[in-house]
Ligand binder design. Sequence first.
Ligand SMILES: Cc1cc2nc3c(=O)[nH]c(=O)nc-3n(C[C@H](O)[C@H](O)[C@H](O)COP(=O)(O)OP(=O)(O)OC[C@H]3O[C@@H](n4cnc5c(N)ncnc54)[C@H](O)[C@@H]3O)c2cc1C
Ligand SMILES: *[C@@H]1O[C@H](CO)[C@@H](O)[C@H](O)[C@H]1NC(C)=O
Ligand SMILES: *[C@@H]1O[C@H](CO)[C@@H](O)[C@H](O)[C@H]1NC(C)=O
Ligand SMILES: *[C@@H]1O[C@H](CO)[C@@H](O)[C@H](O)[C@H]1NC(C)=O
Ligand SMILES: *[C@@H]1O[C@H](CO)[C@@H](O)[C@H](O)[C@H]1NC(C)=O
Ligand SMILES: *[C@@H]1O[C@H](CO)[C@@H](O)[C@H](O)[C@H]1NC(C)=O
Ligand SMILES: *[C@@H]1O[C@H](CO)[C@@H](O)[C@H](O)[C@H]1NC(C)=O
Ligand SMILES: *[C@@H]1O[C@H](CO)[C@@H](O)[C@H](O)[C@H]1NC(C)=O
Ligand SMILES: *[C@@H]1O[C@H](CO)[C@@H](O)[C@H](O)[C@H]1NC(C)=O
Ligand SMILES: *[C@@H]1O[C@H](CO)[C@@H](O)[C@H](O)[C@H]1NC(C)=O
Ligand SMILES: *[C@@H]1O[C@H](CO)[C@@H](O)[C@H](O)[C@H]1NC(C)=O
Ligand SMILES: *[C@@H]1O[C@H](CO)[C@@H](O)[C@H](O)[C@H]1NC(C)=O
Length: 608
Amino acid sequence: MLLCKSICASLAFTATVWAGRECKNSPESSTWPSSEDWLALNRSIGGVLIKTAPIASSCYPDNPFNSPENCSDITEKWSYAAYHSAWPESIDYPIYTNNSCVPKDATGYSKDKGCTVDGLPRYIVNATTEAHISKAMTWASRRDIRIVVKGTGHDLNGRSAGANALSIWTHNFKHIKHLHTWQIPGGNETANVLVCGSGNNWGSVYSAAHRSNRAVVGGEDSTVGLGGLIQNGGHGFLSSHYGLASDQVYQVTLITTDGRVLVANDMQNQDLFWAVRGGGGGQYGVVTEFVLKTYPIPQNVVMGGFSFWAAGSTNASEQASWDALSEIVASIPEVMDGGLNGNVTAYTKTRAMALGLSEAPVGVAAIVGLVGLNMTASHMDAVVHMLAAKIKDIDIGGDNHLNISYQSATDQSYWSFVKPEPLTSNSAGAVSLMTSRLMGRRELSDIPRSDLKTYLQQALVSQIPEAGTMLLFGLQGGRGPANVPSHMRGSVLPAWRSAYAHVFTLGASINATGDAKESLRAGASWYEAVKEPVWRNWAPNTGSYMNEGNPFSSTWKNDFYGVNYDKLLSIKRKYDPNESLFVWSGVGSDLWNNDLHTGLLCRVSAEN
Ligand SMILES: Cc1cc2nc3c(=O)[nH]c(=O)nc-3n(C[C@H](O)[C@H](O)[C@H](O)COP(=O)(O)OP(=O)(O)OC[C@H]3O[C@@H](n4cnc5c(N)ncnc54)[C@H](O)[C@@H]3O)c2cc1C
Ligand SMILES: *[C@@H]1O[C@H](CO)[C@@H](O)[C@H](O)[C@H]1NC(C)=O
Ligand SMILES: *[C@@H]1O[C@H](CO)[C@@H](O)[C@H](O)[C@H]1NC(C)=O
Ligand SMILES: *[C@@H]1O[C@H](CO)[C@@H](O)[C@H](O)[C@H]1NC(C)=O
Ligand SMILES: *[C@@H]1O[C@H](CO)[C@@H](O)[C@H](O)[C@H]1NC(C)=O
Ligand SMILES: *[C@@H]1O[C@H](CO)[C@@H](O)[C@H](O)[C@H]1NC(C)=O
Ligand SMILES: *[C@@H]1O[C@H](CO)[C@@H](O)[C@H](O)[C@H]1NC(C)=O
Ligand SMILES: *[C@@H]1O[C@H](CO)[C@@H](O)[C@H](O)[C@H]1NC(C)=O
Ligand SMILES: *[C@@H]1O[C@H](CO)[C@@H](O)[C@H](O)[C@H]1NC(C)=O
Ligand SMILES: *[C@@H]1O[C@H](CO)[C@@H](O)[C@H](O)[C@H]1NC(C)=O
Ligand SMILES: *[C@@H]1O[C@H](CO)[C@@H](O)[C@H](O)[C@H]1NC(C)=O
Ligand SMILES: *[C@@H]1O[C@H](CO)[C@@H](O)[C@H](O)[C@H]1NC(C)=O
């Protein structure tokens, strides 16, 4: 367990004796800059420094931080991911800020807690120029102040916030330019690209691409940002065709903690260029611009699928549902080689009512949602019926034990999948902690069905059994990542090249109103005891997608970075020598103890 070693017990000692050296700087330390120093920084960056003022402050007596928003508005919008993007300090999953200032009745709110900035960055740079970032990071790094980077704040493990930090907010790097013939550095070829500021989200990038009649590889949710998605890999609607988002980058502009503004591509700063293409966001510097490859708009987009669940409540029905899920999962590589993507989502107990059932069925229920490009509706229907035929006749004792509901294939436009959604999608404001694994042909198709069935049952365990849980196979690998030419591959986990599906599941029951550190530790311990061993048995040689994974897994180095770990660590040390940039499960993060309870980030001392 990385969350808190025995060092936690001696933190008070650590803080007073070694403040500013063993621990990152904090307001309790004598080396913390004075208000005048902060004012001087503010002046040197044209007045763009913000003193952190949590937006939900108006939900507390006397509105201690003078929030301009009214509390009922905040409470209503707290579950909208886009809402958190709009504020300099706010992040989607506030447990990673120690629930520092949560609006009334939202997840993590407790009446007596009050509203503080203790688990949040202290100051935020509302950067609009590279010079703002360069000056502010040099200033902070020299003073041993932790630096965090926030694009949208969507990170599922709160990696865009940090107590006592100076935050670099990239939100206003919003330029987008389409160039038909951009000269690829070092070659004679040109590429059709979008040059994008890192503060854009996929909604604005997809819209800009669409205006130029082009497509780009990004995420599925329009409110997710470029910065974290690309640097950690990034899958989406087109990844199974063209590779990950990090495979589409020709060049980045990045600012290091010592203030250098570097252009990185195949001809210069190649190590950095390699690292930021999949080796982790918020770790090597701040990216201000990406140059991204574009593609023609996909044609003949068709959608189809089916769902299935146990027809009765007998053991035979229950077994049939698990056999059916195993059969479908084993077919994923074949389906994807046929040009389809989408997802297979399995649910147990009450979660299975997501299928529209009035009662929770026994066993497991699943929705198979498929999308094809360059495909006719009748071809999609044929694939769906071929798949359903594999489970229709699963027969344990003669009766029909499964109910199947078909969704007939429909023609769609590519735009209908990528167009920005209303900004009211409800994904934020909750507790987020998941665990995931990449699965290739070996793990899906080439193992005995009975083993597959057992792994699926184990992976779908829930800490509160009657609540059930969910597990999603995202069909985002396959030919796309496998066929990316080697020069376009950065440091993304090599297991992606042979993966078909990225599988994630939930199931830990986390006490949202408890002490954030203890609650996360308990959830992470449950995963470590119950779910991580399943992945390690089922898929010992793959790994996990860093953006949607468990940062507290005891094998995170191997899970997220694989053979690239040591090289990434040396690049990190070269460009961030003072280790100003810390994120959970970042390279070298094991040398630090990030304590949500004290707010201190301290070196794990040698004796621990
Ligand atoms: C609703 C929702 C839907 C999602 N859908 C998908 C999906 O379809 N596909 C997918 O692959 N993932 C998906 N994710 C996961 C997503 O990729 C991660 O949450 C990712 O970290 C978001 O990046 P961001 O820049 O928006 O978020 P942030 O929280 O702002 O940043 C994430 C990390 O990247 C760093 N970072 C951000 N910008 C920069 C920058 N310019 N320079 C340096 N570091 C930076 C931050 O420090 C942080 O460590 C989804 C997440 C959510 C909440
Ligand atoms: C920085 O300066 C601007 C402009 O003078 C001011 O509005 C802002 O409040 C200052 N920020 C801080 C943290 O003092
Ligand atoms: C909050 O603002 C909304 C409009 O944005 C308004 O309708 C509502 O009455 C306000 N509520 C309070 C308590 O002021
Ligand atoms: C950040 O800067 C932008 C551009 O100058 C400005 O429009 C915006 O109001 C600023 N935001 C905050 C919270 O200060
Ligand atoms: C690292 O910190 C030291 C002081 O602690 C400072 O002198 C040095 O300039 C810093 N280096 C960088 C790259 O910020
Ligand atoms: C670019 O073109 C020139 C002249 O046609 C040729 O000499 C050179 O080798 C080419 N460079 C690359 C990298 O292909
Ligand atoms: C399965 O379908 C049959 C026939 O439509 C229906 O009677 C039965 O209630 C369904 N079972 C479940 C668990 O939905
Ligand atoms: C349910 O069926 C499975 C597989 O046929 C069998 O192994 C198991 O013992 C049965 N359980 C019960 C409670 O009958
Ligand atoms: C799963 O696929 C369906 C249908 O293609 C899509 O609407 C949905 O957004 C996908 N869900 C996730 C989490 O990818
Ligand atoms: C669709 O077909 C066209 C023409 O054959 C091809 O150029 C394109 O790459 C295909 N698109 C995908 C996503 O496979
Ligand atoms: C959650 O934590 C709080 C505070 O420690 C405690 O009072 C409460 O009983 C806990 N809830 C559960 C379900 O454990
Ligand atoms: C974190 O929250 C706990 C209460 O849940 C509180 O005791 C502690 O002081 C907080 N620490 C910080 C740094 O906010």
